[in-house]
Design a protein around this ligand. Structure first.
Ligand SMILES: [Zn+2]
Length: 107
């Protein structure tokens, strides 16, 4: 009985360790895997890491990457929907400026 119990404890601890480790690996991969892609007229004009702060000036828009977030800093479009969209930071999120045909994507 004692041996069985020990095995159970070891098994439980191993399972917890594996799940915790898995969680951290997924989190790390999420952080490293994030890429900002800026498209204009269906062609990629910028591609880079979300972790690197920078400003990307385009013809009608200015895209800004700061503190792991991306946003449309300014645009000359009438509706300003893209500027009002705010900051994005998660994979799959987008900011779209329809009038200027600019798309910011996080991959
Ligand atoms: Zn816009």
């Amino acid at each position: 009985m004692k041996i069985l119990k020990k095995t159970d404890v070891i098994l439980s601890i191993s399972l917890i360790l594996i799940s915790v480790l898995g969680f951290f690996i997924v989190e790390l991969m999420k952080k490293d895997g994030k890429t900002v892609v800026v498209k204009q007229n269906n062609s990629v004009v910028y591609e880079g890491k979300i972790s690197e702060d920078r400003e990307i000036p385009l013809k009608h828009n200015t895209v800004k990457i700061k503190d792991g977030k991306v946003f449309m800093k300014c645009a000359d479009c009438k509706n300003q929907i893209c500027v009002k969209s705010g900051k994005i930071s998660k994979s799959g999120e987008t900011v779209v400026c329809l009038p200027n045909r600019v798309i910011i994507e996080i991959e």
